[in-house]
Design a protein around this ligand. Structure first.
Ligand code: AHG
Ligand code: MN
Ligand code: MN
Length: 323
Protein backbone atom coordinates (compact mmCIF):
# COMPACT_ATOMS: atom_id res chain seq x y z
CA UNK A 1 0.00 0.00 0.00
CA UNK A 2 1.55 3.32 -1.12
CA UNK A 3 0.06 6.51 0.31
CA UNK A 4 0.15 9.90 -1.42
CA UNK A 5 2.62 11.20 1.16
CA UNK A 6 4.99 8.29 0.53
CA UNK A 7 4.62 8.79 -3.22
CA UNK A 8 5.28 12.54 -2.97
CA UNK A 9 8.41 12.05 -0.90
CA UNK A 10 10.00 9.68 -3.38
CA UNK A 11 12.62 11.93 -4.92
CA UNK A 12 12.13 10.86 -8.52
CA UNK A 13 8.48 11.96 -8.56
CA UNK A 14 8.80 15.66 -7.77
CA UNK A 15 10.62 18.36 -5.78
CA UNK A 16 9.97 18.98 -2.05
CA UNK A 17 8.26 22.33 -2.76
CA UNK A 18 5.82 20.87 -5.28
CA UNK A 19 5.21 17.87 -3.03
CA UNK A 20 4.40 20.21 -0.16
CA UNK A 21 1.92 22.26 -2.22
CA UNK A 22 0.19 19.09 -3.47
CA UNK A 23 0.00 17.72 0.05
CA UNK A 24 -1.67 20.93 1.26
CA UNK A 25 -4.25 20.76 -1.55
CA UNK A 26 -4.91 17.06 -0.90
CA UNK A 27 -5.47 17.75 2.81
CA UNK A 28 -8.02 20.45 1.99
CA UNK A 29 -9.63 17.87 -0.32
CA UNK A 30 -10.18 15.64 2.72
CA UNK A 31 -12.00 18.52 4.46
CA UNK A 32 -14.17 19.27 1.40
CA UNK A 33 -14.91 15.55 1.06
CA UNK A 34 -16.10 15.39 4.70
CA UNK A 35 -18.36 18.43 4.18
CA UNK A 36 -19.87 16.82 1.08
CA UNK A 37 -20.49 13.58 2.94
CA UNK A 38 -22.59 15.47 5.50
CA UNK A 39 -24.24 17.48 2.71
CA UNK A 40 -27.28 19.45 3.83
CA UNK A 41 -26.39 18.65 7.45
CA UNK A 42 -23.14 20.63 7.05
CA UNK A 43 -25.06 23.66 5.72
CA UNK A 44 -23.17 23.62 2.40
CA UNK A 45 -26.17 23.71 0.06
CA UNK A 46 -27.64 26.78 -1.60
CA UNK A 47 -26.44 30.16 -2.76
CA UNK A 48 -23.77 32.27 -1.08
CA UNK A 49 -25.62 35.39 -2.16
CA UNK A 50 -22.90 37.05 -4.23
CA UNK A 51 -21.28 36.82 -7.68
CA UNK A 52 -17.69 36.06 -8.68
CA UNK A 53 -15.64 38.27 -11.02
CA UNK A 54 -17.11 36.36 -13.99
CA UNK A 55 -20.66 37.27 -13.02
CA UNK A 56 -21.57 33.75 -11.87
CA UNK A 57 -23.69 33.22 -8.75
CA UNK A 58 -21.49 31.67 -6.09
CA UNK A 59 -22.76 28.66 -4.17
CA UNK A 60 -21.97 28.37 -0.47
CA UNK A 61 -19.57 25.51 -1.18
CA UNK A 62 -17.75 27.51 -3.90
CA UNK A 63 -16.90 30.10 -1.24
CA UNK A 64 -16.13 27.60 1.54
CA UNK A 65 -13.81 25.52 -0.70
CA UNK A 66 -12.09 28.64 -1.98
CA UNK A 67 -11.45 29.93 1.54
CA UNK A 68 -10.12 26.57 2.74
CA UNK A 69 -7.64 26.37 -0.15
CA UNK A 70 -6.68 30.03 0.11
CA UNK A 71 -5.98 29.81 3.86
CA UNK A 72 -4.08 26.51 3.68
CA UNK A 73 -1.90 27.54 0.73
CA UNK A 74 -1.23 31.03 2.12
CA UNK A 75 0.11 29.35 5.27
CA UNK A 76 2.48 27.15 3.26
CA UNK A 77 5.82 28.94 2.71
CA UNK A 78 6.46 27.22 -0.66
CA UNK A 79 3.49 29.11 -2.12
CA UNK A 80 4.22 32.56 -3.57
CA UNK A 81 0.59 33.23 -4.43
CA UNK A 82 -2.70 31.79 -5.58
CA UNK A 83 -5.25 32.48 -8.31
CA UNK A 84 -8.76 31.07 -8.20
CA UNK A 85 -12.03 31.06 -10.11
CA UNK A 86 -13.56 32.70 -7.05
CA UNK A 87 -10.95 35.46 -6.52
CA UNK A 88 -10.93 38.57 -8.74
CA UNK A 89 -7.12 38.86 -8.70
CA UNK A 90 -4.06 36.88 -7.72
CA UNK A 91 -3.55 36.78 -3.95
CA UNK A 92 0.06 37.10 -2.77
CA UNK A 93 1.46 34.68 -0.17
CA UNK A 94 5.19 34.22 0.58
CA UNK A 95 7.24 36.38 -1.88
CA UNK A 96 10.09 33.87 -1.51
CA UNK A 97 7.86 30.92 -2.35
CA UNK A 98 8.83 28.72 -5.30
CA UNK A 99 5.43 27.96 -6.75
CA UNK A 100 2.17 29.56 -7.87
CA UNK A 101 -1.04 27.62 -7.36
CA UNK A 102 -4.18 28.08 -9.47
CA UNK A 103 -7.43 26.34 -8.66
CA UNK A 104 -11.08 25.83 -9.41
CA UNK A 105 -12.01 25.15 -5.79
CA UNK A 106 -15.34 23.54 -6.61
CA UNK A 107 -16.02 22.36 -10.15
CA UNK A 108 -19.53 21.41 -11.17
CA UNK A 109 -21.35 23.79 -8.83
CA UNK A 110 -24.77 22.93 -10.28
CA UNK A 111 -24.27 19.39 -8.91
CA UNK A 112 -23.76 20.38 -5.24
CA UNK A 113 -27.39 20.70 -4.19
CA UNK A 114 -28.46 17.50 -6.00
CA UNK A 115 -25.85 15.24 -4.35
CA UNK A 116 -23.92 14.48 -7.58
CA UNK A 117 -20.19 14.39 -8.31
CA UNK A 118 -18.16 17.60 -8.03
CA UNK A 119 -14.42 18.23 -7.88
CA UNK A 120 -11.43 20.47 -7.22
CA UNK A 121 -8.94 21.25 -10.04
CA UNK A 122 -5.41 22.57 -9.48
CA UNK A 123 -2.42 23.72 -11.50
CA UNK A 124 1.08 24.47 -10.15
CA UNK A 125 3.42 26.86 -11.97
CA UNK A 126 6.95 28.01 -11.17
CA UNK A 127 7.30 31.44 -9.55
CA UNK A 128 9.80 33.34 -11.65
CA UNK A 129 9.95 36.59 -9.67
CA UNK A 130 11.08 35.40 -6.25
CA UNK A 131 11.59 38.21 -3.74
CA UNK A 132 8.75 40.39 -5.00
CA UNK A 133 5.04 40.12 -4.33
CA UNK A 134 3.09 38.26 -7.02
CA UNK A 135 0.83 40.01 -9.51
CA UNK A 136 -1.66 38.61 -12.04
CA UNK A 137 1.06 38.78 -14.71
CA UNK A 138 3.21 36.22 -12.90
CA UNK A 139 0.50 33.61 -13.54
CA UNK A 140 0.31 34.23 -17.30
CA UNK A 141 2.41 31.24 -18.34
CA UNK A 142 1.45 28.57 -20.87
CA UNK A 143 0.21 25.20 -19.68
CA UNK A 144 3.53 23.69 -20.78
CA UNK A 145 5.12 25.40 -17.77
CA UNK A 146 3.00 23.48 -15.28
CA UNK A 147 5.11 21.63 -12.71
CA UNK A 148 2.12 19.55 -11.64
CA UNK A 149 -1.61 19.44 -12.17
CA UNK A 150 -4.48 17.34 -10.99
CA UNK A 151 -7.99 17.07 -9.63
CA UNK A 152 -9.87 15.60 -6.72
CA UNK A 153 -13.25 14.08 -7.63
CA UNK A 154 -15.82 13.85 -4.82
CA UNK A 155 -18.07 11.01 -5.96
CA UNK A 156 -19.25 7.84 -4.23
CA UNK A 157 -15.57 7.72 -3.23
CA UNK A 158 -13.05 10.56 -3.27
CA UNK A 159 -10.22 10.12 -5.75
CA UNK A 160 -7.22 12.20 -6.74
CA UNK A 161 -5.42 12.15 -10.10
CA UNK A 162 -2.06 13.85 -10.49
CA UNK A 163 0.73 14.38 -12.98
CA UNK A 164 4.20 15.85 -12.57
CA UNK A 165 4.76 15.68 -16.33
CA UNK A 166 5.82 12.07 -16.24
CA UNK A 167 2.63 9.99 -16.42
CA UNK A 168 -0.58 10.09 -14.40
CA UNK A 169 -1.14 8.46 -11.01
CA UNK A 170 -4.50 7.89 -9.33
CA UNK A 171 -5.24 7.65 -5.61
CA UNK A 172 -8.36 6.76 -3.64
CA UNK A 173 -9.11 8.39 -0.27
CA UNK A 174 -9.56 5.96 2.61
CA UNK A 175 -12.12 7.77 4.80
CA UNK A 176 -11.07 5.66 7.79
CA UNK A 177 -7.45 6.85 7.82
CA UNK A 178 -7.82 10.07 5.75
CA UNK A 179 -4.95 8.79 3.57
CA UNK A 180 -4.96 8.79 -0.21
CA UNK A 181 -3.86 5.34 -1.38
CA UNK A 182 -2.25 4.72 -4.79
CA UNK A 183 -4.48 2.57 -6.97
CA UNK A 184 -2.96 3.08 -10.41
CA UNK A 185 0.26 4.40 -11.85
CA UNK A 186 0.74 5.12 -15.56
CA UNK A 187 -2.96 5.71 -16.33
CA UNK A 188 -3.51 5.43 -20.12
CA UNK A 189 -6.39 6.53 -22.40
CA UNK A 190 -7.30 4.36 -25.41
CA UNK A 191 -6.95 6.07 -28.82
CA UNK A 192 -10.40 4.84 -29.90
CA UNK A 193 -13.68 5.28 -28.04
CA UNK A 194 -17.42 5.30 -28.61
CA UNK A 195 -18.31 7.66 -25.74
CA UNK A 196 -18.62 11.44 -26.04
CA UNK A 197 -19.56 14.21 -23.63
CA UNK A 198 -21.15 17.48 -24.74
CA UNK A 199 -24.03 19.68 -23.63
CA UNK A 200 -26.08 19.25 -26.83
CA UNK A 201 -28.61 21.91 -25.82
CA UNK A 202 -26.10 24.42 -27.23
CA UNK A 203 -26.14 22.79 -30.71
CA UNK A 204 -27.60 25.82 -32.48
CA UNK A 205 -24.82 28.06 -31.08
CA UNK A 206 -21.90 25.88 -32.28
CA UNK A 207 -19.82 26.52 -35.39
CA UNK A 208 -20.64 24.30 -38.44
CA UNK A 209 -17.58 21.99 -37.98
CA UNK A 210 -18.66 21.11 -34.43
CA UNK A 211 -22.25 20.55 -35.57
CA UNK A 212 -20.91 18.27 -38.31
CA UNK A 213 -18.75 16.33 -35.83
CA UNK A 214 -21.69 15.62 -33.51
CA UNK A 215 -23.93 14.81 -36.51
CA UNK A 216 -21.37 12.18 -37.54
CA UNK A 217 -21.38 10.60 -34.07
CA UNK A 218 -25.18 10.56 -33.90
CA UNK A 219 -25.35 8.95 -37.39
CA UNK A 220 -23.51 6.00 -35.80
CA UNK A 221 -23.01 2.84 -37.88
CA UNK A 222 -24.90 4.41 -40.81
CA UNK A 223 -22.60 7.45 -41.04
CA UNK A 224 -19.01 8.15 -42.07
CA UNK A 225 -17.64 7.00 -38.69
CA UNK A 226 -19.13 3.53 -39.17
CA UNK A 227 -19.78 2.79 -35.47
CA UNK A 228 -22.35 3.65 -32.82
CA UNK A 229 -21.63 6.22 -30.12
CA UNK A 230 -23.09 6.91 -26.68
CA UNK A 231 -23.41 10.22 -24.75
CA UNK A 232 -22.41 10.79 -21.11
CA UNK A 233 -22.52 14.24 -19.43
CA UNK A 234 -21.73 14.70 -15.73
CA UNK A 235 -22.07 18.54 -15.78
CA UNK A 236 -18.81 18.69 -13.84
CA UNK A 237 -15.68 18.65 -15.99
CA UNK A 238 -13.85 16.77 -13.25
CA UNK A 239 -16.38 13.93 -13.50
CA UNK A 240 -16.17 13.75 -17.29
CA UNK A 241 -12.35 13.85 -17.31
CA UNK A 242 -12.24 11.21 -14.59
CA UNK A 243 -14.43 8.89 -16.69
CA UNK A 244 -12.15 9.48 -19.68
CA UNK A 245 -9.04 8.62 -17.65
CA UNK A 246 -10.81 5.45 -16.47
CA UNK A 247 -12.20 4.16 -19.79
CA UNK A 248 -11.50 6.61 -22.61
CA UNK A 249 -13.86 9.02 -24.34
CA UNK A 250 -13.98 12.57 -25.61
CA UNK A 251 -15.19 15.66 -23.73
CA UNK A 252 -15.90 19.01 -25.31
CA UNK A 253 -17.19 22.40 -24.30
CA UNK A 254 -16.73 23.98 -27.74
CA UNK A 255 -16.72 27.54 -29.03
CA UNK A 256 -20.23 28.90 -29.18
CA UNK A 257 -21.91 32.13 -30.24
CA UNK A 258 -24.24 32.43 -27.24
CA UNK A 259 -22.31 35.31 -25.68
CA UNK A 260 -19.71 37.21 -27.76
CA UNK A 261 -17.70 37.92 -24.57
CA UNK A 262 -17.30 34.17 -23.90
CA UNK A 263 -15.52 32.15 -26.62
CA UNK A 264 -16.20 28.99 -24.66
CA UNK A 265 -17.26 28.33 -21.08
CA UNK A 266 -14.23 26.78 -19.43
CA UNK A 267 -11.33 28.79 -18.05
CA UNK A 268 -7.86 28.22 -19.49
CA UNK A 269 -5.72 28.64 -16.40
CA UNK A 270 -7.51 26.53 -13.79
CA UNK A 271 -9.74 24.20 -15.83
CA UNK A 272 -8.39 23.58 -19.36
CA UNK A 273 -4.62 23.65 -18.68
CA UNK A 274 -4.50 21.29 -15.69
CA UNK A 275 -6.86 18.83 -17.41
CA UNK A 276 -4.94 19.09 -20.71
CA UNK A 277 -1.68 18.12 -18.99
CA UNK A 278 -3.32 15.09 -17.33
CA UNK A 279 -4.91 14.02 -20.62
CA UNK A 280 -1.66 14.41 -22.62
CA UNK A 281 0.30 12.56 -19.95
CA UNK A 282 -2.21 9.71 -20.23
CA UNK A 283 -1.71 9.52 -24.00
CA UNK A 284 -4.70 11.61 -25.08
CA UNK A 285 -4.95 15.03 -26.76
CA UNK A 286 -6.35 18.42 -25.70
CA UNK A 287 -7.11 21.24 -28.16
CA UNK A 288 -9.26 24.34 -28.58
CA UNK A 289 -10.15 22.73 -31.98
CA UNK A 290 -7.11 24.30 -33.68
CA UNK A 291 -4.25 24.78 -31.19
CA UNK A 292 -2.97 22.54 -28.45
CA UNK A 293 -4.41 23.87 -25.16
CA UNK A 294 -0.97 23.72 -23.51
CA UNK A 295 0.53 26.08 -26.12
CA UNK A 296 -2.01 28.89 -25.72
CA UNK A 297 -0.39 32.13 -24.49
CA UNK A 298 -2.62 33.44 -21.70
CA UNK A 299 -3.58 37.11 -21.49
CA UNK A 300 -5.90 37.00 -18.46
CA UNK A 301 -6.07 34.67 -15.44
CA UNK A 302 -9.82 34.19 -16.01
CA UNK A 303 -9.82 33.84 -19.81
CA UNK A 304 -12.15 31.30 -21.35
CA UNK A 305 -11.25 28.82 -24.05
CA UNK A 306 -13.03 26.19 -26.16
CA UNK A 307 -11.97 22.69 -25.05
CA UNK A 308 -11.89 19.32 -26.82
CA UNK A 309 -9.98 16.59 -24.98
CA UNK A 310 -9.63 12.84 -24.60
CA UNK A 311 -9.10 9.86 -26.90
CA UNK A 312 -6.78 10.87 -29.73
CA UNK A 313 -8.83 9.53 -32.69
CA UNK A 314 -11.79 11.73 -31.72
CA UNK A 315 -9.75 14.85 -30.97
CA UNK A 316 -7.95 14.44 -34.32
CA UNK A 317 -11.32 14.17 -36.11
CA UNK A 318 -12.52 17.42 -34.50
CA UNK A 319 -9.27 19.14 -35.53
CA UNK A 320 -9.55 17.84 -39.11
CA UNK A 321 -13.10 19.20 -39.41
CA UNK A 322 -11.94 22.62 -38.14
CA UNK A 323 -8.80 22.80 -40.30
P1 AHG B 1 -17.86 25.57 -12.43
O1 AHG B 1 -18.88 24.87 -11.60
O2 AHG B 1 -16.49 25.56 -11.80
O3 AHG B 1 -18.28 26.97 -12.86
O4 AHG B 1 -17.63 24.75 -13.78
C1 AHG B 1 -18.72 24.18 -14.44
C2 AHG B 1 -18.31 23.83 -15.84
C3 AHG B 1 -17.76 22.43 -16.03
O5 AHG B 1 -17.35 21.78 -14.91
C4 AHG B 1 -18.88 21.65 -16.68
O6 AHG B 1 -18.37 20.76 -17.61
C5 AHG B 1 -19.73 22.69 -17.30
O7 AHG B 1 -19.49 23.89 -16.61
C6 AHG B 1 -21.19 22.36 -17.23
O8 AHG B 1 -21.85 23.24 -18.04
P2 AHG B 1 -23.43 23.18 -18.35
O9 AHG B 1 -24.09 23.71 -17.13
O10 AHG B 1 -23.55 24.07 -19.56
O11 AHG B 1 -23.78 21.74 -18.63
MN1 MN C 1 -15.21 24.50 -13.09
MN1 MN D 1 -15.83 26.23 -9.85
Amino acid sequence: MITLNTYLNEKNHTSPAIASAVSTIANVGVEISKLLQRGALADIHGEAGNQNVQGEEQKKLDVISNDLLLDALSANSVCAGVASEELDDATPANPNGEVLVLFDPLDGSSNIDINMSVGTIFSILPYQNQGSEVTNNDFLQTGRNQLASGYIVYGPSTMLAITFGNGVAMFSLDPASNEYVLIEEAVKISAATNEYAINASNYRHWLPPMQQYIDELIAGKDGVRGKNYNTRWVAAMVGDVHRILCRGGVFTYPFDTKDPKKPGKLRLMYEANPMALLIEQAGGLATDAVNNILDIEPTDIHQRVPVVLGSSEEVERVKALHA
